[in-house]
Ligand binder design. Structure first.
Ligand code: FES
Length: 112
């Protein structure tokens, strides 16, 4: 690890970003303006940010058993919002972006 944390690589998109050990992978991704994993509740409950960890060491905080049962967790499934790296990680987003998702960037910003 260097001062900027660990390197996280999302293999389907090829995107990489840095993540500190006390920061969740999802939060690091958002902070660096990447969108390779869908963002939902950010609290381990909705399952939107589900990924498979292909390589690296990590810790998971509390995750909904509905989305990641213990068996699946043993096989590397994790919720990115509850995933904290201990080494560089390779992850794969399990939730494919739907065909309409590219429209998100066309959404109007709500200004007050
Ligand atoms: S964003 Fe909802 S479980 Fe991670």
């Amino acid at each position: 690890m260097n001062h900027a944390g660990y390197e996280i690589r999302e293999t389907l998109s090829g995107q990489t970003f840095r993540c500190l050990p006390d920061q969740s992978v999802l939060s690091a991704m958002e902070q660096q303006g990447k969108r390779c994993v869908p963002v939902g509740c950010r609290g381990g409950g909705c399952g939107l940010c589900k990924v498979r960890v292909l390589s690296g060491t990590y810790q998971c905080h509390k995750m909904s058993c509905n989305h990641v049962p213990p068996e699946a967790a043993k096989q590397g499934l994790a919720l990115a919002c509850q995933l904290f790296p201990q080494t560089d990680l390779s992850i794969e987003c399990l939730r494919r972006q739907g065909p309409g998702d590219h429209n998100n960037k066309n959404q109007q910003e709500v200004s007050s």
